[in-house]
Write a protein that binds this ligand. Structure first.
Ligand code: C2E
Ligand code: MG
Ligand code: MG
Ligand code: MG
Length: 282
């Protein structure tokens, strides 16, 4: 039995077919049990309007409260959850929880515009034939205004489903949901197709943001993404802002939104409620 999931995942990819199959099965059983016994919890990380300095919404991020191992981050289990397709029920659970939570915050903290929630969509979920129907159901069940829901989809997921992606994105837009391209700049998206995607915003990957104040090349990339987005009529969210230098530079470049440890790490819903209550302004 592997000691940590990080180690388990490492083994999954390194060892023989047999060992790999056994390790996968172990993690799959663990994940299945975790789903049944409600060991998953959503954390929320604020997304800040760099114009007003106020919280505009939150990204919902999955955490696993493992009875023995403590809090486990998605980097250690998302790949296996994808591979075993357990990400599908997990994904629906998390979308429902996130929509319910943000609707609750709308009632407690009515703001104009209302707080938004960003939910990451995995490749397996994106491929589900009943994707649109399920989302429609969740919106109905939670009574959330679809305009407050943002789906984050990576370039990789869009390009892997190149044939169907534009049609699926268009269906999602018909529901009035906002669509973000996540980790922009790290994938293999082709610029020639970007303008055909009915997406509302690009999230600049934190790899560029973290190095932009030390490296002119990275600053130029960030600047170029901002110009590109503005020509395509899209907003930009900068991920992984950790310092006031990065924040100042992004503001100077007129980036609309930011997210990162400088504002807050992902926190549980109780801490997020307290944060909203304190009405921070950066
Ligand atoms: P992501 O969607 O790009 O999420 C941002 C990740 O960057 C989060 O890691 C967040 O904690 C981290 N982060 C945010 N600000 C900073 C910063 O200033 N510095 C640094 N060093 N890191 C920062 P997390 O929560 O571990 O999630 C990792 C990835 O796992 C996510 O990347 C997303 O692709 C995936 N993921 C997380 N939750 C879900 C989920 O519910 N469903 C799906 N399908 N994927 C998820
Ligand atoms: Mg994301
Ligand atoms: Mg991201
Ligand atoms: Mg990222």
């Amino acid at each position: 039995h592997a000691k940590g999931l990080g180690k388990a995942r490492h083994e999954v990819f390194d060892l023989s077919m047999h060992t790999r199959a056994v390790a996968l099965l172990q993690l799959e059983n663990d994940l299945r049990r975790a789903l049944d016994s409600q060991e998953f919890q959503l954390y929320y990380q604020p997304i800040v309007s760099l114009i007003s300095g106020k919280i505009s919404g939150f990204e919902a991020l999955l955490r696993w409260y493992h009875p023995q191992r403590g809090v486990v981050s998605p980097g250690e289990f998302i790949l296996v959850a994808e591979e075993t397709r357990l990400i599908i029920p997990m994904g629906w659970w998390m979308m429902r929880s996130a929509c319910r939570q943000i609707h609750e915050w709308h009632e407690t903290f009515p703001t104009n515009p209302p707080l938004t929630v960003s939910v990451n969509l995995s490749n397996q979920q994106f491929k589900q034939p009943d994707l649109i129907e399920r989302i429609r159901e969740i919106l109905q069940e939670t009574q959330l205004d679809p305009r407050s829901l943002k789906l984050e989809i990576t370039e990789g997921v869009i390009m892997e489903n190149a044939e169907s992606a534009v049609a699926i994105l268009a269906e999602l837009k018909k529901l009035e949901i906002q669509l973000y391209i996540d980790d922009f700049g790290t994938g293999y998206s082709s610029l020639s197709r970007l303008h055909t995607f009915p997406t509302d915003a690009l999230k600049i990957d934190r790899a560029f943001v973290s190095r932009m104040t030390e490296d002119e090349g990275n600053e130029a990339i960030v600047q170029t993404i901002l110009i590109l987005a503005s020509h395509l009529g899209m907003d930009v969210i900068a991920e992984g802002i950790e310092t006031s230098e990065q924040l100042n530079l992004l503001r100077a470049l007129q980036c609309e939104y930011g997210q990162g440890y400088f504002f807050s790490k992902p926190i549980d819903s109780m801490a997020a409620t307290l944060l909203i209550e304190s009405q921070p302004k950066w």
